[in-house]
Design a protein around this ligand. Structure first.
Ligand code: TNX
Length: 767
């Protein structure tokens, strides 16, 4: 149709435009062209199989079952006359292993691909254009032409079923959701301290004992639940091998490969509760609880040959169940101090010439890698497996940020990016007011959507080792399948687009639009999902003595309204148009407004306290940790005071003194300097032992005005904030220097005893 005619038709027959509504598919296909008309699936439609009949049968069955579910039509899989959905294996180079071509015309739907996987993805794209639940309406598939293939081969979702157990049906539903959005690796975290979840025939106690605990939550960082005397361990569950086979087949039909995680050598209090001889102490354990494992052995003993026999037996059964190439062997967060005291471990180290316990862990992992290689399997481990020497063929999952992944890729190892920020889906996605209690963090939908799995630090060659990305769903705070849904919906869809769609086609507004029909589908299927993050992001930035504040809402069609007098903002308050200049002490409150309605439960709020150093540049002798940058390099002079939470607000210094020098821009009369600090015992963050305050007129010669000792007890375990203050006779100074001496050795009774503490500061107030 010529442009002119289209325009005329559009003017006079607007319903034609409606009929041509854009097609909403997530993840966005590489290329999609909407054509005129529809293909209607009805009782006369059949499924034709072209090349690869046998291989495509499960795909055809999958399609037929879905159509039956939503319409009642039983589409026959045979080449009868009439309207058809044609599936055919071809050899089309440009599509790669998982791509597909989809052509929908009013008379036919044709899906071509190099593999069954591509055919299944073509089917998923078709299904996304149809109703999600049973309907009597006509099943209209819009006429269109799609060519599509993924950007990354690893498009993963993880689920922790140890901290809380989720039923086989819940797991299947999770896999089904993944498959809908073309995610293809299900990382099944089957083992952790609070429960062993896979039946191993040779070791029945793993499921008789290790799968059950006394009924407690599992919040190791908030609570220390202990079993009451005599309490029976009855909470938990496990998957039988039959159930696992069924789930593996279910996943395979949807092109999802399951990667079982058989955690080792730490996080295995469960295994040791069942078989105490596998630990260094060999002592019987308490019944399993949720939460605290500090008084139990939760590591295998690498000095004990029986441990390797046990693990090889376990792995034999594991590889028989899971046909995928990879087995994840964990490797994270091992407290190796017990190995230092264990004679068997010490002997192993001497025999093998291992210099330290990191090398002992590396020995452990390499041995397991060797064993799995004899079974034609490859290992994946969390980034800690880099410490003490990486196993030769290992793939690394980078979770503590991206640095482990970068390091491994530079060494020529494959990596999968799963950085805590932004792809830990156990973290908050909104609020936190009004949200279900979560472990912490703040990974909003937009943060996930904006994630780029290839770090800038890698060359094009090194970047080839980045297989893709994955979101992790740890279940300490997630107790039900419905809560799992809530944590992954809709963030899983954002991840899907990150790992599938071309980087250039990522478009936040378009994604939000395409999300709306998905939300409708979630509603129809009664899935529990997050309706959005309406919390306004308040970002101060200071430069050249000026403090500016940027406000941002990620809500679709959201506008921001704010007040500066502490009152509750409404849709009649000041509308945010551009960064706000702050030059006095104020309380800023801001809300997201969509279609004239204030969204969210509570306004975002930030107080700013003005003083003489606000907006001034701070120089540090020892660098601030890149993990704790608060709002950026000048956070100590941004007028923002910290709160009890560790994540935001605070500048962190790891095992070093903080030596901060502020240039006030010109000589000013001052008589007060304050440094705000945080103690957070459990996170190894302690008050400085003392703080020295100095002033100078030339930036070279400094004069001490006061040194203040720390008054806070080293054993204060509650999060505590304290201001170290110096008041002195008024004097002129252009420079202020504050030295906070870090605690060099954590106190007796602390689990990091003897090691240096972190030091956290929020502001240097100069008056
Ligand atoms: C760290 S991520 C862990 C898990 C916890 C998670 C909580 C990783 C490899 N280890 O054991 O569940 O943090 O977010």
């Amino acid at each position: 149709m010529t442009k002119k005619i289209t325009l005329l038709l559009t003017l006079f027959f607007p319903f034609l435009v409606l009929a041509q509504q854009p097609v909403s598919i997530i993840p966005q296909p590489v290329s999609l062209q909407r054509n005129e008309g529809h293909f209607v699936i009805d009782g006369h439609t059949s499924i034709h199989l072209g090349n690869g009949k046998k291989e495509l049968k499960p795909a055809a069955e999958f399609l037929a079952a879905r159509i039956k579910e939503i319409s009642g039509y039983d589409l026959p899989v045979k080449n009868r006359k009439g309207k058809a959905i044609k599936l055919s294996l071809e050899s089309i180079n440009s599509l790669g292993a998982e791509g597909y071509q989809l052509q929908v015309t009013p008379s036919e739907i044709s899906i071509k691909a190099n593999s069954k996987a591509g055919i299944v993805y073509g089917i998923q794209s078709v299904l996304q254009t149809l109703p999600a639940v049973r309907t009597n309406a006509a099943l209209q598939v819009p006429a269109m032409t799609i060519t599509d293939y993924p950007r990354f081969t690893w498009r993963g979702m993880h689920l922790d079923v140890s901290r809380h157990f989720f039923s086989p049906d819940a797991v299947k539903q999770y896999i089904d959701l993944m498959a809908t959005y073309k995610l293809n690796r299900f990382h099944w975290h089957l083992i952790d301290d609070p429960g062993w979840r896979i039946e191993i025939k040779k070791y029945p106690k793993l499921t008789d004992v290790a799968a059950w605990r006394v009924d407690h939550t599992d919040k190791p960082w908030d609570a220390r639940p202990q079993a009451k005397p005599g309490e029976e361990p009855t909470y938990g569950g496990y998957y039988t091998q039959e159930q696992i086979k069924d789930i593996v087949a279910y996943a395979a039909q949807r092109n999802v490969t399951i990667v079982p995680e058989i955690e080792m050598p730490g996080h295995v209090a469960s295994a040791i509760a069942a078989y105490p001889h596998l630990s260094c102490s060999g002592k019987a354990q308490l019944p399993l609880t949720g939460g605290d494992y500090t008084n139990m052995s939760s590591n295998y003993c690498p000095g004990n040959e029986e441990v390797f026999t046990f693990l090889e037996d376990v792995l034999d059964e594991v590889v028989a169940l899971f046909p995928g190439q990879y087995v994840h062997i964990g490797g994270d967060e091992v407290d190796k101090s017990g190995w230092e005291k264990c004679p068997k471990c010490q002997k192993r180290m001497a025999d093998e010439g291992l210099k330290n316990v990191e090398e002992l862990q590396s020995y452990f992992i390499k041995r397991i890698e060797n064993y799995l290689q004899t079974k034609n399997r490859r290992i994946i481990g969390w980034d800690e497996i880099l410490e003490g020497g990486l196993a030769p063929q290992a793939t690394v999952m980078s979770w503590r940020g991206e640095s482990g992944g970068i390091e491994a890729a530079k060494m020529g190892h494959d990596v999968i990016m799963t950085p805590g920020s932004p792809v830990y889906f156990d973290h908050y996605q909104a609020g936190p007011e009004g949200e279900p209690l979560a472990i912490g963090g703040f990974n909003t939908l937009k943060k996930v959507y904006d994630y780029e799995p290839i770090p800038k630090e890698l060359t094009a060659e090194e970047a080839k080792h980045v297989l893709g990305a994955q979101a992790n769903v740890w279940a300490e705070y997630i107790t039900t399948a419905s809560q799992v849904e809530y944590m992954v919906l809709p963030r899983m869809l954002a991840l899907a687009e990150v790992v599938w769609s071309p980087k250039e086609s990522r478009d936040w507004a378009s994604f939000n639009q395409r999300l709306q029909p998905q939300f409708k589908a979630f509603d129809q299927k009664a899935l529990n999902y997050s309706k959005g993050n309406f919390t306004v992001d308040i970002k101060p930035s200071s430069e050249g003595g000026k403090l500016l504040v940027t406000l941002f809402t990620e809500a679709m069609n959201g506008e921001v309204y704010y007040t500066l007098d502490g009152s509750e903002p409404t849709a009649q308050s000041i509308k945010y148009e551009q960064p706000i200049r702050i030059d006095s002490s104020v309380v800023l409150k801001a809300v997201t407004v969509v279609n004239g309605k204030v969204m969210g439960l509570k306004p975002a709020e930030q107080s700013f306290s003005m003083h003489q150093a606000v907006g001034r540049e701070v120089k540090y002798d020892n660098p601030v940790s890149k993990h704790y940058m608060a709002d950026g390099p000048n956070s100590l002079t941004d007028g923002v005071r910290g709160r009890h939470a560790v994540g935001k607000y605070w500048h962190g210094f790891s095992g070093r003194d903080m030596i901060a020098t502020i240039d006030l821009g010109e000589a000013k009369s001052i008589s007060n300097i304050t440094l705000g600090c945080l103690q957070h015992y459990r996170d190894w963050i302690m008050m400085p032992t003392a703080v020295k305050f100095e002033v100078s007129t030339d930036g070279k010669n400094f004069k001490e005005v006061k040194t203040v000792k720390n008054p806070i007890s080293l054993n204060a375990q509650e999060a505590t904030m304290h201001d170290f203050k110096a008041a002195f006779p008024e004097q002129k100074a252009k420079y202020v220097r504050v030295t906070a001496y870090h605690l060099t050795s954590l106190p007796e009774g602390h689990n990091g005893v003897g090691k240096p503490a972190w030091l956290f500061a929020d502001e240097i107030v100069v008056r």
